[in-house]
Design a binder for this molecule. Structure first.
Ligand SMILES: *[C@@H]1O[C@H](CO)[C@@H](O)[C@H](O)[C@H]1NC(C)=O
Ligand SMILES: *[C@@H]1O[C@H](CO)[C@@H](O)[C@H](O)[C@H]1NC(C)=O
Ligand SMILES: *[C@@H]1O[C@H](CO)[C@@H](O)[C@H](O)[C@H]1NC(C)=O
Ligand SMILES: *[C@@H]1O[C@H](CO)[C@@H](O)[C@H](O)[C@H]1NC(C)=O
Ligand SMILES: *[C@@H]1O[C@H](CO)[C@@H](O)[C@H](O)[C@H]1NC(C)=O
Length: 567
């Protein structure tokens, strides 16, 4: 309070004090309100005994004065003067460290409480998550709460909420304090990601990376070890030989057919084949067996799945691929092809006839009955005739029956449309009107005859016969090449129909319709022109006066009696 109270009048001072002091009275119950006594002076009228000299008389012996003596004495009377008086009064104000705010005394913090509240002089109460004298520093990662006094409980690198202390787990962890790893099969932030690992691989709880079990590889362990590798990280080399496949986990070799042993280094023993060489070969007649497939490789002269069959007649040797060379009915040995000749023949291929040409019999004294020009051979013992192709009969003097040709007339002709078949070669000679190897193709248009080599000469759209080139005329035409119109009075196919047109009408040679002469009409020109008309198609009009119509042909008027002239 700056006002000097000593110099003011009491009532003014009171007013002033009231006005300058609290706007509203402080609540004395407020524990933060303090009071003290304050002195002040007021100017007052004060009375005081004012001394003065008082004269009075007394009897005395002073004759001179008539026995009255004058006397002095000090007397007092009440006087007034201005005086100053010191007074005291109780004064309320906020205690030190507090200041007024409304009716209240609130604490004052010299440093503003940045994230908090001033609760006592120069004392801040911080909001959770803030600390420091003025609550301006955020809690460090390891503390939380008001003034950062609580220690975070989060594990595994989790962040701690500075306000609530709740743990925000790092990727790969979960739980109230992030103390647990993600459950199997999950990973990542909040363990929200699903592991993609296959084949029993474990999944990194943080990154989801797959750790493959032995035998597997690939980002998700989805692949078996590449060929030639096995085991953990597919780092081990496979020992298998000869195409053996190595187990992706154990490295154990699975041998291909035909091989055995731990590293497939041994071929199957004789007589066995297949996986593990566990199957028995089935090849007969000295055939050997493919160690892998069991397929038989037959020895010469044999064939069949298990080499169980001799070569078919006429063949011999390896795979029965050789053709027997034995002739004259000699039998061929299926292994070597050696010939076993019939009686009467000799030579490596039995090609030598023991009797001279044309003779037969044990003594070669009989004459062969065969027609030698058509005969392949005459049997030296029996005299039997073997005919050349195209011939048959006991004596080889008969041609093949129709439709057959060749060796022993056993082959069937393919010639069609009445063609001739060569009894030796089977070659077709086509009938006129056809061509082609088997004579199945008709001659092309406008050709005819043998080999279709002739050109047709038909005229006027006539149809030409591919066989002989004869012409079938269209209606209205005749003649060998159909070049002649039907004679007058006929029409139609072969000019066989007679015209029906009357009165000099002409006949259409194609359809027989009539074209009437002038003055006539009707389908057969059987009607004259109607009265008043004349001429071609009765198209003209008569132009007569005083007449009974006009002549249907010329148009000349038929004058009435008494009239003449053309019109
Ligand atoms: C709070 O206090 C810090 C030091 O304790 C000081 O650097 C900063 O300026 C203060 N902030 C305020 C707003 O007073
Ligand atoms: C091959 O032999 C092994 C061990 O002797 C056996 O486990 C496997 O089943 C055999 N495989 C076949 C195809 O016989
Ligand atoms: C074939 O010849 C025999 C004997 O030489 C003869 O009797 C027969 O008539 C002949 N046949 C023909 C079709 O020529
Ligand atoms: C038909 O053609 C064949 C072969 O092209 C030929 O040999 C034959 O002589 C021909 N025939 C006629 C009649 O032209
Ligand atoms: C024409 O008439 C004759 C005799 O009546 C007959 O033989 C012939 O087949 C006929 N021709 C046609 C193309 O009708």
């Amino acid at each position: 309070m700056v006002i000097s109270l000593n110099s003011c009048l009491s009532f003014i001072c009171l007013l002033l004090c009231h006005w300058i002091g609290t706007a509203s009275p402080l609540n004395l119950e407020d524990p933060n309100v303090c009071s003290h006594w304050e002195s002040y002076s007021v100017t007052v009228q004060e009375s005081y005994p004012h001394p003065f000299d008082q004269i009075y008389y007394t009897s005395c012996t002073d004759i001179l004065n008539w026995f009255k003596c004058t006397r002095h004495r000090v007397s007092y009377r009440t006087a007034y003067r201005h005086g100053e008086k010191t007074m005291y009064r109780r004064k309320s104000q906020c205690c030190p460290g507090f200041y007024e705010s409304g009716e209240m005394c609130v604490p004052h913090c010299a440093d503003k409480c940045v994230h908090g509240r001033c609760i006592a002089p120069n004392t801040c109460q911080c909001e959770p998550g803030w600390g420091g004298t003025n609550c301006s520093s955020a809690c460090d990662g390891d503390h939380w709460g008001p003034h950062c006094t609580s220690r975070c409980q989060c594990k595994n690198g989790a962040l701690c909420n500075p306000i609530t202390g709740a743990c925000h787990c790092a990727a790969g962890f979960r739980g109230w304090r992030c103390e647990d790893r993600c459950e199997q099969g999950t990973y990542g932030n909040d363990c929200h990601q699903r592991c993609q690992c296959q084949n029993g691989a474990t999944c990194d709880h943080v990154t989801g990376e797959c750790r493959c079990p032995p035998g597997y590889t690939g980002a998700f362990c989805e692949d078996l070890c590449p060929p030639g590798k096995h085991g953990p990280q597919c780092e081990q080399r496979c020992p298998c030989q000869n195409g053996g496949v190595c187990h992706h986990v154990t490295g154990e070799c699975s041998c291909p057919s035909g091989w055995m042993g731990t590293v497939c280094g041994q071929p199957c023993p004789e007589g066995r084949f297949g996986k593990n060489c566990s199957q028995e070969c089935q090849c007969h007649n000295g055939g050997t067996c493919d160690a892998a497939t069991g397929q038989c490789h037959c020895s010469p002269g044999y064939t069949g799945e298990r080499c169980q069959d001799e070569c078919p007649v006429g063949t011999y040797g390896v795979l029965c691929a050789e053709t027997c060379q034995c002739v004259n009915g000699g039998k061929c040995y299926h292994v070597s092809g050696a010939c076993l000749c019939e009686a009467g023949f000799a030579g490596e291929r039995c090609e030598a006839r023991l009797c001279p040409e044309g003779l037969y019999g044990i003594k070669c004294d009989k004459r062969c009955p065969c027609h030698l020009e058509n005969t392949h051979s005459c049997h030296p013992m029996s005299g039997e005739c073997a005919c050349k192709p195209g011939w048959s009969g006991l004596y080889c003097n008969e041609t093949c029956s129709p439709g057959f040709y060749g060796e022993a007339c056993q082959q069937i002709c393919s010639c069609q449309n009445g063609a001739d078949c060569d009894s030796v070669t089977g070659k077709c000679t086509c009938a006129p009107g056809f061509k082609g190897i088997d004579c199945s193709t008709p001659c092309p248009l406008e050709t005819y005859g043998i080999n279709c080599s002739s050109r047709c000469g038909c005229k006027n759209d006539a149809v030409c016969s591919p066989v002989d080139g004869s012409c079938t005329c269209k209606a209205g035409w005749h003649g060998v090449d159909c070049s002649i119109r039907c004679p007058s009075g006929t029409w139609g196919f072969g000019c066989n129909l007679t015209c029906q047109c009357l009165n000099g009408g002409a006949c259409n040679t194609l359809d027989g319709t009539c074209t009437c002469a002038p003055g006539w009409r009707g389908e057969k020109c059987e009607l004259p022109c109607q009265d008043g008309t004349y001429g071609l198609n009765c198209a003209e009009r008569c132009d007569c006066s005083h007449a009974d119509g006009c002549h249907p042909t010329t148009g000349h008027c038929r004058c009435l009696p008494g009239w003449s002239g053309l019109f």
